[in-house]
Design a protein around this ligand. Structure first.
Ligand SMILES: Cc1cc2nc3c(=O)[nH]c(=O)nc-3n(C[C@H](O)[C@H](O)[C@H](O)COP(=O)(O)OP(=O)(O)OC[C@H]3O[C@@H](n4cnc5c(N)ncnc54)[C@H](O)[C@@H]3O)c2cc1C
Length: 367
């Protein structure tokens, strides 16, 4: 039996859920408040190659660069982690959303734009089949149906600059808890001639725009962008912690993506975890239709597969956000002494710190 599924939000998480449901024989309906999906672009598109491969997105037309690693600045210390092979892609976010849309439509989903759902219109949908909240960090679905709060957010500001040549293949991360408390400043060569510069900090700990203005004055960045004007710029928010509960079995409501808080607290990356959750949610809905298996299997399966990694990202973030500049410099120098920069260059995994730890111990045991 296939029942109606309504999805609120046509970002990557909602569209991946819709695509997978279509492949499983459903005819899902996706609603989005926007007229043109995927704009304005306020986020970056850095995704691990291993992660994006799992999502089944046809992203070949979205790729703008490949990344080999990161240069990390902490006070006067610099740590370079660089692998021979590319570990991540940079994707054009509008084109990525379009690719997810095309695949969802091809699988049989209906996408309805300029339709904001809140309050009574959500009530009407819950109870008929399944309602999926994929409506981003400030989820109306979560709020309306009383899912717990997301306990921490970051605020961000980013811009792109047309430059002669951005350092190709490496992101730069600037850790400084006085100026960017809780997260960091970054640059990313979105294309070889387009440099993204951004900053994120814990919400309630200052103004992202003011922090951004400080960041672009640092020597490393000022020397590349000079006094060029940004071509795209704007603010956004990132959830830093998963909600305590993401399924309401009785009312048949599920949350995926930023609405659920499925984001890495170290970097703010959410597409891989949100997309993986979207696939799991769709599979759980299909099993519910086939055999009556509980929808909450989605939550336990997601937490079983990725909960430890999300918790580790959160713990790492908590530790570095409590450090002063001198302590960060010390940590970087200890990491270098231990050869951790080389280890991360060879075995680092952007998404799954639990795998890094496992490889670290296995290497130790093998010695
Ligand atoms: C500055 C910044 C940089 C980032 N960089 C990366 C990165 O490099 N890599 C990465 O993986 N992630 C990154 N992220 C995170 C990533 O952008 C998000 O995790 C991802 O976009 C979440 O997708 P989503 O579909 O859950 O939500 P969204 O993309 O927010 O989509 C939600 C959709 O729901 C719609 N909507 C909301 N409310 C309603 C309503 N009531 N009714 C109808 N429609 C509604 C919205 O219009 C929107 O289209 C970054 C985020 C920021 C802010």
């Amino acid at each position: 039996m296939r029942f109606p599924v309504s999805i609120v939000g046509a970002g990557t998480a909602g569209l991946i859920t819709a695509r997978r449901l279509g492949e499983l024989g459903f005819s899902p309906r996706v609603y989005d408040q926007k007229r043109v999906l995927g704009v304005p672009v306020r986020a970056s598109g850095i995704l691990s190659l291993s992660g994006i491969a799992r999502l089944g997105i046809n992203y070949s037309g979205c790729e703008t660069n490949r990344l080999h690693g990161a240069k990390i600045y902490a006070g006067k210390s610099v740590l370079k982690v660089k692998s021979k092979a590319a570990i991540a892609v940079v994707l054009d976010r509008k084109r990525l959303n379009d690719a997810c849309y095309d695949q969802a439509k091809a699988a049989g989903a209906e996408v309805i734009t300029e339709k904001r759902l809140a309050g009574h219109s959500l009530e009407g949908m819950a109870g008929r089949g399944v309602l999926v909240g994929a409506d981003g960090a400030v989820s109306s679905v979560a709020r309306h149906f009383g899912f717990g709060e997301i306990s921490r957010f970051a605020v961000t500001y980013k811009a792109e600059y047309e430059v002669e040549a951005a350092e190709s293949g490496m992101v730069e991360l600037f850790f400084d808890n006085r100026n960017y408390p809780g997260l960091f400043g970054w640059t990313c060569p979105n294309r070889k001639d387009l440099l993204e510069v951004g900053v994120g900090l814990y919400s309630g700990n200052g103004n992202a725009r003011a922090a951004f203005d400080k960041l672009i004055k640092t020597e490393q960045i000022a020397s590349v962008i000079g006094n060029r004007r940004p071509v795209n710029h704007g603010a956004s928010i990132i959830p830093m912690r998963m909600r305590k509960s993401i399924v309401d079995e009785r009312r048949r409501i599920m949350l995926v993506g930023d609405a659920a808080g499925q984001v890495k607290a170290t970097t703010g990356g959410g597409i891989i975890f949100g997309g993986s959750a979207a696939l799991m949610a769709a599979e759980a809905i299909a099993r519910n239709a086939d055999s009556g298996a509980p929808l909450s299997n989605y939550e336990s399966e997601f937490r079983g597969a990725y909960g430890l990694d999300l918790d580790m990202h959160y713990m790492i973030n908590k530790v570095y956000s409590s450090m002063g500049t001198k302590s960060m410099e010390k940590v970087v120098s200890v990491m270098k002494t231990l050869g951790l920069d080389r280890f991360l260059s060879a075995y680092g995994d952007m998404d799954r710190p639990s795998l890094i730890l496992k490889r670290f111990f296995l290497r130790g045991l093998a010695r």
